[in-house]
Write a protein that binds this ligand. Structure first.
Ligand code: G1P
Ligand code: ZN
Length: 543
């Protein structure tokens, strides 16, 4: 086996963000860009000698080429074995399941999640730790530091591995096992959910549309929902993972999954609509005529989880990212279990899950999951909803409205301003931050500020501290606004404004969300002046 040590120079800025390293595909294709990062990961995690790795991605453009490069680099760095999904495919939650089940020394997932793919789109890579979750900041920081001074990387000279055939091959001295990307994941789902009850639900005529958005969940949803659970063929649409996602923006929200939304709001709506994102970790849930906000979905799933066999003894606790609405907090209170508020990004849930302090986690950005893996899991959320509906035998609308009656309703929306000039975005944030101390007692659009904070998180398990995780403005009528900059964008800055209003008067629960939070939107504009600064008349995306 010929191992080559290649001279290289750093590509500045290889700093993993909210979820791995993301960049334009063309940037990933520039000489040594991917290689530098991969070598830095290997070294930051103590080298690869004798280790095993899980590898796969969401099938976007450059996925296969990147797999071949990583395999050859792993072999050159002395790895013993790599498990790779057939055709280089593994959804993010499935990769986490494989890492845990096969006990590999971590994994690499090739994806830029919900960002568009293709030659002109985005590519990305995430390193996950042996527990199956995204690397914490201590590791991503070390990777970044090494990438800033890298001088060489190692790669072997060999033919490409045949990724189409399941089975074992050798790459130099390293074993490559091409695995079925679905099998381990499906077994895990079968252990958590009452597949028989869900089959009976479909047998009774329950109808569903699952939009896989031409991304990775297609093969998983087809095999499990149409195959094992017996839903009619055609239940899964856009079910083939395509390198450019067929030109779709694979982010399951009412804006990018508009055809599904239109179907669900129309006269021929099936009982349940669902969608997932590029790499399969996000989910969208829609009932007939009723979009379920991810924040509500988290609360509802937590309140009903005991109906599924995997959670029949109850859940230990709930965690949500800070900008996620506080709907789940009231469920935790009622159940008498722990509730945690963490910074944005799944990596912050890892320690709590590992310590058994929480069972279910969620983010407002269509992310829900549990301790079965260490990533959010789109299909898991859909299957838990199916399990709940199979037991309760009522409509999604009934479940949601019943939940509001019991716990109150959190009107919730997120307004995104995309590709804003970075300096302007920074000025908006620091402008508010500088005034934070003086905001309590002030009022905006007639709404009084109760307190204003720069969110700081101290991990209760390992004591690590994350500062400046978003600015929170609490109003004295119980409403809340959060503003932060995205850590996943690849062009300019994205400003996210999260708006929520709690309502427990049943008479006040039937408004359109944008109307319900209208006064809050005005108050936030008065405070942040985003439209003034950016010259935009309205947000680019409202979810
Ligand atoms: C976004 C979401 C966040 C999620 C992340 C990865 O990050 O807001 O909740 O964990 O994508 O899917 P952001 O761009 O806001 O940093
Ligand atoms: Zn994703």
């Amino acid at each position: 086996m010929q191992i080559n040590t290649i001279q290289t120079t750093p590509h500045p800025g290889q700093k993993p963000g909210t979820s791995g390293l993301r960049a334009k595909t063309k940037q990933f294709q520039t000489p040594n860009y991917l290689e530098n990062f991969v070598q830095s990961v290997f070294e930051a995690t103590g080298g690869m000698v004798g280790k095993s790795l899980t590898l796969g991605g969401d099938g976007r453009f450059y996925n296969r080429e990147a797999c071949q490069i990583i395999l050859k680099m792993a072999a050159a760095n002395g790895a013993a074995k790599v498990y790779v999904g057939q055709n280089g495919l593994l959804s993010t939650p499935a990769a986490s399941a494989v890492i845990r089940e096969l006990k590999t020394d971590g994994g690499m997932i090739l994806s830029a999640s919900h960002n568009p793919g293709g030659l002109d789109g985005d590519f990305g890579i995430k390193y996950n730790v042996p527990a199956g979750g995204p690397a914490p900041e201590s590791i991503t920081g070390a990777i970044h530091a090494l990438s800033e001074k890298i001088v060489t990387y190692k790669i072997i000279e060999a033919d490409d591995i045949d990724l189409t055939e399941i089975g074992t091959q050798m790459l130099g001295d390293m074993v490559v096992e091409v695995i079925d990307p679905v099998a381990i994941y499906e077994d895990l789902m079968a252990a958590l959910f009452d597949f028989e009850a869900i089959r009976a639900l479909f047998d009774s005529g329950f109808s569903m549309c699952f939009d896989a958005m031409n991304a990775i969940t297609g093969p998983y949803a087809k095999r499990i929902i149409e195959g094992t659970l017996g839903a009619p063929v055609g239940t899964v649409v856009n079910g083939e993972p395509l390198p450019d996602f067929g030109g779709l923006h694979p982010d399951p929200n009412p804006v990018y999954a508009k055809p599904l939304m239109d179907l669900m709001m129309g006269p021929d709506a099936p009982d349940l609509g669902a969608a997932s994102d590029g790499d399969g970790d996000r989910n969208m849930i829609v009932g007939r005529g009723q979009f379920v906000t991810p924040s509500d979905s988290l609360a509802i799933l937590a309140a009903n989880a005991h109906l599924a066999p995997g959670y029949k003894d109850g859940i230990n606790g709930i965690a949500r990212s800070m900008p996620t609405s506080r709907a789940a907090d009231r469920v935790a209170k009622k159940l008498g279990i722990e509730m945690h508020e963490t910074p944005t990004g799944w990596k912050f849930f890892g320690t709590l899950l590992d310590a058994g302090r929480v069972t279910i986690c969620g983010e407002e950005s269509a992310g829900t999951g549990s301790d079965h893996v260490r990533e959010k899991d789109g299909l898991w959320a859909v299957l838990l909803w199916l399990n709940v509906l199979a037991v309760r035998r009522c409509s999604v609308v009934d479940v949601v409205h019943g939940h509001w009656q019991e716990y109150g309703r959190d009107y919730y929306t997120r307004h995104d301003y995309e590709a804003v000039d970075k300096d302007i975005a920074d000025a908006i944030i620091s402008g508010i931050r500088d005034r934070l101390d003086k905001l309590a007692g002030a009022s905006f659009n007639g709404l009084g500020v109760e307190k204003a904070l720069d969110f700081r998180y101290e991990d209760p398990i390992d004591g690590s501290v994350a500062e400046h995780q978003g600015l929170q403005v609490y109003f004295d009528n119980g409403s809340r606004c959060v503003i932060r900059l995205s850590g996943t964008g690849t062009s300019g800055a994205t400003i996210r404004v999260y708006l929520e209003r709690f309502e427990d008067d049943p008479e006040q629960m039937g408004y359109d969300t944008q109307d319900a939070v209208g006064p809050l939107i005005e108050a936030m504009e008065e405070l942040a002046q985003i439209k003034e600064w950016t010259g935009r008349k309205k947000p680019d995306v409202i979810t």
